[in-house]
Write a protein that binds this ligand. Structure first.
Ligand code: ATP
Ligand code: MG
Ligand code: MG
Ligand code: MG
Length: 569
């Protein structure tokens, strides 16, 4: 590629709405262009990276035996009604009507459509297992689109769906995908961690998130440096309650009927809307308890009340107060109260103003955002809250007994999930077994946030000059910077020769023939983050040398002209 024929558009300053480094640098490097809230044009420089990410994913998915298809972005509402998600998804699901008044969803994910494909195409056990995937545009009407591609409304996801005869088969398919994800993130050249994730209503141990490690990540990961225990904060809490949380959990079990508290029921009680991940946040006061315990609980999915962890983790969703007076002092308002959930006792719903006061306290957000902040721990919370969380979790014993827990931040870039018969039951996706009996298919689903990877990679790899792409996903692997391409015959000849040699050996090289001054040229490529740079100048050529500098190298290295092509290959 010649820079003069490509499109390069760099900025000295990032637009003021760009808050985090990856968003700033992508805007400055001309990789994306904002069209609306959470909606971006992928500019040529950005698209090259997206294609490289997609290609690695595609290669590894194919290698793992998954089969590519492409499902529509616009999907009839009827399918979503079959699984109940037309209602359950709430406002995050973007809906449109056609000219006849028929409803459609703009896909945020594709379980319904793929299950429809499979229930009509797959009849016999002989056709199983099968794993379909696509790399397609998604739309989620996120409450707070932000950070550029990191939390967009329109974004690209690779989503795969496996169908198996039985649970054992599903687990096998799941493991194959898990292993493929490890290969994919290895190939990206990113530092990542797979963590056990909260399974919500599905139960079992069948969900893992893949996180790119970055201090700016929205998620908290708990891991044991001395073993392979790793979980996201929600899942970790479920298995590794620290001392205060253990005490809190014990106190909760004093309620007469712990049992199951369906989040929908709780939300109904409170008149709160549900979001996909955070099902409800409840401020509860147990008046039956002589000690008048007061709790703020966050419930995700179906939780056994025994498992609901309440602790001193503000913002994460669990406060513990000994007296009502403490609450008033903390939030400046009296809470309402809620009896033990799941009992027939009369309950009183939390006062609206209390919820508002809580959300004000958490980060000055509005009432709507309250739910969101449970879902997205970290960035928006005041620093003492973050410190508090670290103190609570870090240093606890690892549940596997092999050391103590540490905590770090991550960006969720992938998620694998054992779904069981969640969708096949609602949509009657069955196959005929050996004896000709219909059986429900066992499903798994597997997502990777293609466009989010760009943001995550930058959050992990940048310096004060700009982005530092890992070679595998760099927009270009090598940039040739000739000093006086249009002035010096020798420079032009040597540059063209090297350019041709690198192209011939399959190196993704760009030749900067724009005629910019060296300072401008270097600043642009350092900002864009091309990992390898070769400078071709008359002075060096006289000694038979070119200059090589890796993006992280403090200085250039002189390399003999004849050796350069091999050197950078
Ligand atoms: P998050 O917790 O960040 O909202 P999620 O758990 O809702 O993500 P999944 O439903 O698991 O997301 O989707 C699979 C992958 O799609 C995620 O792991 C993430 O990489 C990506 N993704 C989800 N939402 C967005 C978004 N708004 N913008 C970009 N990528 C996203
Ligand atoms: Mg989400
Ligand atoms: Mg998530
Ligand atoms: Mg997820």
């Amino acid at each position: 590629m010649r820079a003069s024929r490509f499109f390069i558009s760099t900025l000295k300053e990032a637009p003021s709405d760009a808050e985090i480094i990856s968003h700033k640098l992508m805007m400055r490097a001309g990789m994306i262009k904002r069209l609306g809230s959470g909606i971006y044009t992928y500019m040529p420089m950005g698209l090259r990276i997206i294609r490289k990410v997609e290609n690695i994913i595609r290669e590894e998915m194919n290698r793992a035996g998954a089969v590519e298809l492409l499902m529509p972005v616009v999907q009839p509402a009827e399918l979503w009604q079959e699984t109940g998600r037309w209602d359950k998804m709430g406002p995050e699901l973007m809906r449109v009507k056609d000219r006849h008044g028929r409803d459609y969803a703009i896909q945020p994910t594709s379980e319904e459509v793929i299950t429809d494909v499979v229930r009509t195409e797959v009849k016999s056990y002989r056709q199983l297992p099968i794993n379909f995937y696509h790399i397609q545009t998604k739309f989620r009407d996120e409450r707070r689109p932000r950070f550029g591609l990191m939390r967009g409304r329109e974004f690209t996801m690779k989503d795969a769906y496996s169908f198996d005869r039985d649970a054992a088969g599903m687990q096998q398919s799941y493991q194959i995908m898990y292993d493929a994800y490890v290969r994919i993130f290895d190939r990206f050249g990113l530092q990542f961690r797979a963590v056990a994730a909260d399974n919500g209503a599905i139960g079992g141990s069948g969900s893992h998130e893949f996180h790119v490690i970055a201090d700016t990540g929205e998620d908290a990961l708990v891991y044991c440096p001395d073993s392979d225990y790793a979980a996201n904060i929600e899942a970790a809490e479920a298995v590794a309650p620290s001392a205060p949380r253990a005490a809190a959990a014990q106190a909760l079990t004093k309620t007469p009927t712990p049992g199951k508290a369906k989040c929908e029921d709780v939300a109904k009680l409170l008149g709160l809307p549900l979001s996909q991940t955070v099902k409800s946040i409840v401020l509860a006061v147990d008046r039956e308890d002589a000690d008048a315990e007061v709790w703020l609980l966050m419930l995700r999915g179906d939780h056994d009340l025994n498992e609901v962890k309440a602790s001193k983790i503000p913002g994460l969703g669990a406060y513990r107060f000994a007296t009502e007076a403490e609450i008033v002092e903390h939030f400046g308002t009296r809470p309402g109260y809620l009896g033990p959930i799941g009992t027939k006792k009369p309950v009183k719903v939390v006062a609206d103003r209390t919820v508002a006061a809580m959300s004000d306290f958490v980060c000055g957000a509005n009432e709507e955002d309250f739910h969101y902040i449970g879902a997205n721990w970290g960035r928006d919370l005041p620093e003492p809250v973050v410190a508090d969380l670290r103190n609570v979790v870090a240093g606890d014993a690892s549940p596997d007994g092999k050391g103590v827990l540490a905590i770090q931040r991550g960006i969720e870039v992938g998620h694998v999930f054992q779904l069981g018969t969640r969708y096949s039951e609602d949509m009657k996706a069955t196959y005929l077994d050996e004896s000709g009996k219909p059986q429900l298919m066992q499903m798994g689903c597997y997502g990777i946030g293609v466009t989010r990877i760009l943001g995550a990679a930058i959050e992990q790899n940048f310096d004060d000059k700009g982005i530092i792409w890992p070679t595998a996903i760099a927009p270009f692997e090598v940039v040739l910077c000739p000093m006086g391409y249009d002035r010096s015959e020798a420079v032009k000849a040597e540059t063209d020769k090297l350019y041709a040699a690198l192209q011939a050996s399959g190196v993704d090289v760009i030749l900067d023939d724009r005629g910019e001054r060296p300072g401008v040229m270097f600043a642009d490529w350092e900002l864009i983050g091309v990992p390898h740079r070769v400078v071709i100048g008359e002075r060096g050529l006289k000694e038979g040398k070119l200059e090589y500098q890796g993006r992280r190298d403090p200085a250039a290295t002189a390399v003999a002209v004849a050796d350069m092509a091999d050197f950078v290959k």
